[in-house]
Design a protein. Structure first.
Length: 243
């Protein structure tokens, strides 16, 4: 099985969603995303959640802009089913597309829905090789309205092994307490081994935040920066110029 194909398996999807609370400062990262979007000082009318998973980022945008039209893209049908169920109250204003944006043809399917005031992505683009990452950022740029924002909440490469170790320790410890509170009996050592041997690990292709921000600047994005960083997690992005 191709490494990223594991995300099409319901068991992997359910496991990821059950442990999402272990991600350090996850809500704060989403809060930073919303703070950036609010700087537009006008309502978001159209947005795209790329690699949407269960749609948590798009759901947050809809919570602030309930009249917005959203497009949710993921190549995992189990993930899209989670999004479909969780967002059913907005069903008349949403499009859910089962697409693999690893193939540049995805843009042709999405263009009729755009252009977009905002494109967001969470823990998804890092599954692409670096060459493809940069191409995706260019494709995203082509789908944005002038003054539209791209915000990526992402798993990134760290220069320091200590930073990697701190992140893994935080995540494993948080998972241990989640399981314990739910009546689980596994030891923290067993959970650490499970994390190390997880089937989706090989699908991670991490790149430094600084390198990815340089790609965005070269493409033409403005206001490019890393707006938040904790361990191997970052919120970065940029805005298409207003011209």
């Amino acid at each position: 099985m191709v490494t990223d194909e594991v995300w099409k398996l319901p068991a992997i999807v359910n496991r990821y969603l059950s442990y999402r609370a272990a991600i350090p400062l996850a809500q704060e990262q989403i809060g930073i995303m919303m703070s950036i979007l609010k700087t537009r000082q006008q309502p978001i009318e159209k947005f795209l959640d790329l690699g949407c998973g269960d749609g948590i980022l798009g759901a947050t945008i809809l919570g602030e802009y309930p009249l917005a039209q959203g497009v949710f893209v993921d190549f995992s049908e189990p993930m899209l089913e989670q999004a479909r169920e969780g967002l059913k109250e907005y069903s008349n204003q949403l499009a859910l597309e089962n697409l693999d944006y690893g193939d540049s043809a995805w843009v042709n399917r999405i263009q009729p829905h755009g252009p977009f005031d905002a494109i967001v992505s969470g823990y998804s683009i890092h599954h692409q090789p670096d060459t493809r990452k940069r191409q995706v950022y260019q494709e995203i740029y082509s789908l944005l309205k002038p003054n539209g924002w791209f915000i990526n909440i992402e798993h990134v490469a760290s220069a320091a092994q200590l930073n990697i170790d701190l992140f893994e320790n935080h995540y494993v410890t948080a998972r241990y307490f989640i399981e314990k509170n739910n009546g689980g009996t596994r030891t923290i050592e067993q959970i650490a081994e499970d994390y190390t041997d997880r089937p989706d690990a090989a699908a991670n292709i991490l790149s430094p935040t600084e390198v990815q921000c340089d790609w965005l600047r070269e493409i033409g994005y403005e206001e490019v920066d890393c707006y938040f960083r904790i361990y191997e997690l970052a919120v970065f992005g940029g805005r298409r110029p207003n011209n």
